[in-house]
Design a protein around this ligand. Structure first.
Ligand SMILES: *[C@@H]1O[C@H](CO)[C@@H](O)[C@H](O)[C@H]1NC(C)=O
Ligand SMILES: *[C@@H]1O[C@H](CO)[C@@H](O)[C@H](O)[C@H]1NC(C)=O
Ligand SMILES: *[C@@H]1O[C@H](CO)[C@@H](O)[C@H](O)[C@H]1NC(C)=O
Ligand SMILES: *[C@@H]1O[C@H](CO)[C@@H](O)[C@H](O)[C@H]1NC(C)=O
Ligand SMILES: *[C@@H]1O[C@H](CO)[C@@H](O)[C@H](O)[C@H]1NC(C)=O
Ligand SMILES: *[C@@H]1O[C@H](CO)[C@@H](O)[C@H](O)[C@H]1NC(C)=O
Length: 833
């Protein structure tokens, strides 16, 4: 365990140097072409001479702790060149032309921990490594000799008693045997023979290949052109925890069987925890093979294998300690860069033809996952015959990406597990029906690059309450999301921190779609077809970033910018509006003004462009400038607009005014008549409407004597015609106009005592006009108004609306002689009866 930790430390340091190398180093005083970095606390110096065309190793002062000489032209290490450098802990001489190491090469380096000599010329032919070459390196923990050998050569490294990590070439023609000297390296924990970073050829592995390295915990034999793995080959590796057999494209089904099944009693006792078998040609795994894997297995990666789904999957799930399973990229092998020639014998029993085209996995495989179990009806009453899917109780990560899986996700109940990440990206899934239960520990779900069109509103059951990251990049949710008015789809995802909905052809989202996402920090809506933003964000108090780039947004409306400003007040909040169809015109001027003043961080603003009123596209990297330009343009526009608007308003007012004027009497009449009718709702509705009065008399106050004396006497007393006089019959308390309208309405006729005074009186004219309206609208033109010309009047004195009523049968002139008097009263009584 201790050594494993150390390994990680060393790797970390390595990257650190590369990162820091060019930034912090200054030219060395003793070696100007190199760079030095002073470690202040310890008073030691790191020297970096990479890429300086050095031909010889420079002598460096004794306080140097680290020396980097990579990528130079050094050919040899002179004897004793490091004799003074006793505190040196790390030397990197990779990428040089060193061809020989002697006993004195490393004299003085008794504290060296790390030595890199990869990519040199230390081949067997040069007799490059002597028996005592490494005798001084008592503390060396890391040695890299990759890319040196061109043939089978195992230099004597048995003196490196502290060595923990060895990276070396291994080229063998037939059966591969690690030499006996390795057994002396008691601390060797990691052996890296991988052909991906060096040269490796291990055509045949048998029970003796690894017999001298039982101590190794981490074995990397990836890309080693393995053709056959004989039974028992790996049983010697008693303490193995990590094994990488990836990219041995000749390993097929049988190979995997040999890795695992052989003398499995032994093997299952090992502590193997990590297995990488990526990029092989394993098509199928005999269903019991997996039961031979030690129960300790935590990590199984079989990426880039043309695996077919079979029953074995349920046995994968029987590895109870499994934490991670990676079966991604199943058809990647088609693009092998360097196809290997496999020994014909070992070509597996699988049919070649099925290698040529991906055989898409049908929906039915799911059924193989169902292992009859007690139905958990208590939780989900409406699902009747649903069994639980057994998955290893420690399983945390499933990577199922790029597996050409075609299916809809049905209702599923998983067994108790610690599932945290699920990657189903790059498949051909198109509907998420669900619901899925028992995923309370799930934090990350990636379903990018599928053909999702449809998610049901109940797919994300309440068991998704801890989901933090959801990736839907490149699906087709634009079809379904705009209809989710109540935000039902994401309703249960209360812990969501990051949501990716980019590239989904979403045209808009309902206001409440993200109503539960109070914890969201990052929202990616880029590459959709939004024209407008309408969804609410102001409740997302932790939102830091929203990506709206690559849409079709022309303008962001006020309510939205207000919400954004509000968020920006809480913390650093950024919005990316790059690559939209922003507009700079008099309509969007407010938005541009907002851009100028807001605290919202406008990401990528240097790239923003917008379209001016005249359709030219300009850069919008300086909103202030653009705003000033717009302001100038829009003030004249504003005046024009104002003039236009007020012109139109004036016109409308004029039209309305003249209409009202024209129909003023009608309007007043209707108003009062409605009022009258309302106040006397009880009044009779019979057909035969009997009037309350025979006549309403409309007269000027100056003519009252005639009316009160003569008229009243003649008509009411002598002829029994009930008259309505305002002095006598109007109800006190009612307003006068209503009284008038009511009187006219309730009288058979209206008698108008026309005189000059009448024409002058406002109320008289009011009465006259109301009567006229009654005549027109209520009595179907049956001549309600009867005029008595009490004085001599010429037509010139009469206004138009009086003249139009003067018809032969509807007026009499008041005579002033005795005879005329009789005729006058007869006429009048006739007209009123
Ligand atoms: C390897 O197997 C052979 C027989 O298959 C056996 O004779 C030999 O002793 C085994 N070697 C080791 C180291 O187990
Ligand atoms: C395997 O590891 C255990 C404990 O770490 C150790 O005691 C044992 O010696 C190791 N076995 C070999 C063959 O190195
Ligand atoms: C599996 O082991 C047997 C016996 O050791 C050997 O004959 C066979 O070739 C091996 N298979 C592969 C694919 O290595
Ligand atoms: C799953 O595998 C794919 C390809 O093999 C890889 O790109 C991706 O990062 C993996 N996902 C996770 C969550 O590790
Ligand atoms: C989505 O799925 C539901 C239920 O399975 C179905 O009723 C609906 O028609 C589907 N919608 C689309 C757009 O496919
Ligand atoms: C806000 O965050 C952005 C990146 O998201 C960063 O570039 C910017 O400098 C930050 N601003 C402040 C004031 O922290």
């Amino acid at each position: 365990m201790r050594s494993k930790h150390l390994l990680y430390v060393i790797i970390c340091c390595n990257t650190l140097i590369i990162i820091c190398g060019n930034i912090l180093h200054h030219p060395c005083s003793f070696l100007p072409r190199c760079r030095c970095r002073l470690e202040h606390l310890k008073n030691v110096v790191e020297v970096d001479c990479r890429h300086t065309e050095l031909k010889r190793i420079p002598t460096v002062p004794s306080y140097v702790i680290k020396l980097i000489l990579t990528h130079n032209l050094i050919e040899e290490i002179p004897d004793g060149v490091f004799a003074n450098n006793t505190i040196l802990t790390e030397i990197d001489m990779s990428y040089n032309k060193i061809h020989r190491l002697t006993e004195m090469s490393f004299k003085g380096l008794q504290n060296l921990l790390k030595l890199s000599l990869h990519n040199n010329d230390l081949s067997k032919g040069n007799n490059s490594v002597g028996a005592r070459t490494f005798s001084h390196l008592k503390k060396l923990k890391y040695l890299n000799l990759k890319n040196n050998f061109v043939e089978n050569y195992q230099p004597d490294i048995s003196q490196l008693g502290s060595l923990e990590s060895l990276h070396i070439d291994f080229l063998s023609n037939g059966i591969s045997l690690m030499s006996k000297q390795y057994s002396k390296l008691k601390n060797l924990a990691m052996l890296d023979l991988s052909g991906s970073s060096g040269k490796c050829s291990l055509p045949i592995l048998n029970n003796e290949s690894f017999q001298f390295i039982p101590q190794v915990k981490h074995l990397d034999i990836s890309t080693c052109k393995i053709q056959q793995i004989h039974k028992g080959a790996l049983t010697a590796l008693k303490n193995i925890t990590y094994m990488d057999v990836s990219d041995n494209t000749c390993i097929k089904f049988e190979g995997l069987e040999n890795i695992t099944s052989v003398s499995y009693q032994e093997f299952t006792k090992t502590s193997l925890q990590y297995v990488f078998a990526d990029g092989n040609r394993v098509q199928s795994i005999e269903k019991y093979t997996l039961t031979y894997f030690p129960k300790s297995l935590k990590f199984l990666s079989v990426r880039r294998n043309p695996l077919k789904f079979g029953h074995y999957i349920s046995y994968v799930f029987s590895l109870t300690n499994l934490e991670t399973i990676d079966v991604s990229d199943l058809y990647h092998h088609k693009s092998d860069l360097y196809p290997e020639k496999c020994i014909v014998d070992s070509i597996c029993t699988c049919k070649e033809d099925s290698l040529n085209e991906p055989s898409y996995i049908e929906h039915s495989w799911m059924s193989s996952l169902y292992i009859k179990d007690e139905i958990r009806k208590k939780d989900i009453p409406d699902i009747v015959s649903l069994a639980e899917i057994k998955i290893p109780k420690n399983l945390k990560h499933i990577n199922y990406s790029s597996a050409s899986l075609i299916m809809d996700i049905p209702k599923l109940i998983l067994s108790e597990s610690k599932l945290e990440t699920v990657d189903f990206s790059n498949n051909i899934l198109h509907s998420m029906i669900g619901p899925i239960y028992n995923v309370t520990s799930l934090k990350t779900l990636n379903v990018a690059n599928n053909f999702y069109i449809n998610i049901s509103k109940f797919f994300f059951s309440s068991d998704f309450k801890n989901l933090e990251s959801l990736n839907f990049h490149n699906n087709l949710l634009g079809i379904i999301l705009p209809d989710d008015i109540d935000g039902a789809i994401f309703h249960n995802l209360e812990s969501l921190i990051e949501l990716v909905l980019s590239n989904n052809r979403i045209p808009n989202l309902p206001e409440n779609i993200f109503k539960s996402q109070r914890n969201l920090q990052k929202l990616d809506l880029s590459e959709n077809i939004f024209t407008d933003i309408t969804f609410r964000l102001s409740h997302m108090m932790h939102l830091k970033e929203i990506d709206l780039s690559g849409n079709r947004i022309t303008i962001i409306s006020d309510p939205i910018t207000l919400q954004w400003d509000y968020l920006a007040k809480q913390h650093n909040f950024s919005v990316d509006l790059n690559n939209n169809l922003l507009e700079c015109n008099c309509i969007s001027i407010k938005f541009i003004e907002w851009m100028k003043t807001t605290n919202v961080h406008l990401k990528n603003i240097k790239k923003y462009k917008c379209m001016l009123w005249n359709r030219t596209i300009i850069a919008l990297h300086n909103p202030k400038e653009t705003y000033n330009l717009l302001k100038k343009h829009c003030t004249s526009y504003e005046y024009l607009e104002l003039a236009l608007v007020s012109g139109v308003l004036l016109f409308i007012i004029l039209i309305m005014g003249s209409l009202i004027y024209r129909y003023r009497w009608k309007l007043r009449y209707l108003y009062y008549i409605v009022k009258v009718k309302y106040s006397s709702l009880h009044s009779e509705t019979e057909e035969e409407y009997s009037y309350m009065y025979g006549a309403f008399v409309s007269y000027a106050d100056e003519d009252r004597i005639f009316v009160h004396k003569t008229l009243l006497q003649k008509l009411e007393v002598e002829h029994g015609i009930q008259l309505c006089l305002h002095k006598r019959n109007f109800l006190p308390g009612n307003d006068i106009a209503t009284n008038i309208a009511s009187a006219i309405h309730n009288s058979r006729k209206t008698l108008v005592i026309m005189s000059h005074n009448f024409l002058k009186s406002y109320w008289c004219m009011f009465e006259y006009n109301m009567a006229r309206m009654e005549n027109i609208y209520e009595r179907r033109n049956e001549n309600v108004v009867f005029l008595i010309f009490y004085e001599q009047m010429s037509p010139r004195d009469l206004p138009l609306n009086v003249l139009e009523m003067v018809q032969p049968k509807s007026y009499v002139e008041y005579p002033n002689d005795e005879y005329g008097d009789t005729v006058f009263w007869d006429q009048l009584v006739n007209a009123l009866k």
